[in-house]
Design a protein around this ligand. Structure first.
Ligand SMILES: [Fe+2]
Length: 417
């Protein structure tokens, strides 16, 4: 039997005894019940965008990632595009709502947040996990009081009918889906009418051609980690809830005091290489926003959550270790993409000595998500460097202040119109 509690602990952030006690009990029970064995890797990540954004977003992803456009599933009020590398890494599922007026639970999650409301249908939705026995997993999770969308609700939401979806988390607002598939089978999504959209195909092929010309097509690897931001008071429960829904273990937490924040890492018990199932990272302020005036501490993480709501902040892609034209690959990739007009929020940070280099792109105008690139050197097996995280968190906070001003300006404009 797999033991989810046998992995070494990293980090310096202290957790409450509530967290440490329930971590032991939840993972022990998850292993004992067979859930850890039945739930495997992240099969897909799902993102919804507002009308008119999916094709350009796919162009962006095709240039900045190794993903290929596979097919579009058309249903009554959505186009759902599938991007894939292969069966060893998760798919991107990009949904576009056809009508701006489309309402529903996912839009409601955006609407109470000042910047989230500006692109009401655009948000990262969550992950689909591969399971070996969907019926048993759903039954077991329901017994643990997780609530699922009914088949009828899944159909009305125009989500794939062969996936069982847990309702949005109260802590992260993300959803988790379970999809049954044997390892040798191909991934399929039961939804709508499938076709290759000529417009998407054209944008995708042009981006792939450009990627080749820039000689970055061989340097960008699959997803390394997914980073979600939550309110300070939800840090521990968000981690424990995710561990209860998945077969991930708690790797550890680092206190990033400079930014009044912590970075909390969980990884798959089944896959040591993130390329097969990305690490899931949670970031939260150490103290809530309303004590900032007393403590005089920075607060970029909680400010993000107050502006967008709890949600995914960035998707990190690994960059192949090595050099191109005398530059480390990450520097080369960033230089080539920046020359196409994409902004990055800071210079590449970190060093060979620290074990890794990282950078954040600006947030996508289509999904609001940031792309991180990370190059790990040699046999570095740490997950990140503290100084890097502080610099990245700070840079994203500065960018977000600008977005907040823009959001305010556009609301004032709408109010006046
Ligand atoms: Fe990251």
């Amino acid at each position: 039997m797999i033991s989810s509690l046998d992995f070494p602990r990293h980090g310096d952030k202290e957790n409450s005894s509530f967290f440490e006690d329930y971590l032991q009990r939840l993972l022990h029970e998850r292993d004992r019940s067979g859930l850890t064995g039945m739930i495997d890797q992240v099969e897909a990540i799902m993102i919804t965008v507002d009308p008119g954004n999916s094709i350009r977003y796919i162009g962006e992803l095709a240039l900045m990632t190794p993903y290929e456009y596979l097919v579009t599933l058309e249903s009554e009020s959505h186009w759902t595009h599938i991007l894939r590398i292969d069966m060893n890494s998760p798919d991107f599922v990009i949904r576009e709502v056809k009508e701006r007026r489309t309402r529903g639970i996912f839009r409601s999650l955006n609407e109470v947040y000042p910047i989230g409301a500006v692109k009401p249908n655009s948000r990262y939705m969550g992950e689909v996990l591969r399971v070996t026995d969907m019926h048993s997993v759903v039954e077991c999770q329901q017994a643990r009081e997780f609530r699922f969308f009914s088949q009828d609700e899944t159909r009305r939401l125009e989500l794939p009918g062969n996936i069982a979806f847990v309702k949005p988390s109260p802590y992260t607002h993300n959803i988790v889906g379970y999809m049954e598939r044997a390892p040798e089978q191909i991934r399929v999504y039961s939804l709508g009418i499938s076709n290759i959209d000529p417009e998407v195909q054209e944008v995708y092929l042009a981006a792939k051609e450009l990627q080749k010309q820039l000689r970055i097509d061989d340097l960008i690897l699959p997803i390394d980690h997914l980073a979600t931001r939550v309110y300070s008071q939800n840090r521990e429960v968000a981690i424990l809830e995710w561990l209860s829904l998945s077969s991930y273990y708690y790797w550890g937490s680092y206190d990033i005091r400079d930014q009044n924040s912590s970075t909390n890492v969980t990884k798959s018990v089944h896959h040591t290489d993130e390329i097969h199932s990305p690490a899931k990272v949670f970031t939260a302020n150490n103290t809530p926003y309303f004590v900032n005036h007393l403590e005089k501490l920075p607060s970029p993480t909680e400010t993000f959550v107050r502006n967008y709501g709890p949600r995914l902040h960035h998707i990190a892609l690994a960059v192949r270790d090595g050099e191109t034209d005398g530059q480390e690959n990450i520097e080369y990739v960033v230089k080539q993409i920046a020359a196409q007009g994409r902004n990055f929020l800071l210079d590449v940070i970190g060093s060979r000595n620290q074990g890794l280099k990282q950078i954040f792109s600006s947030a996508s105008e289509h999904s609001s998500l940031i792309i991180e690139y990370v190059q790990r050197f040699g046999d570095f097996d740490g997950f990140f460097a503290r100084d890097n995280v502080a610099a990245l968190t700070h840079a994203a906070g500065v960018e977000e202040e600008l977005l907040e001003l823009n959001a305010k300006a556009s609301r004032t404009h709408e109010g006046a119109a």
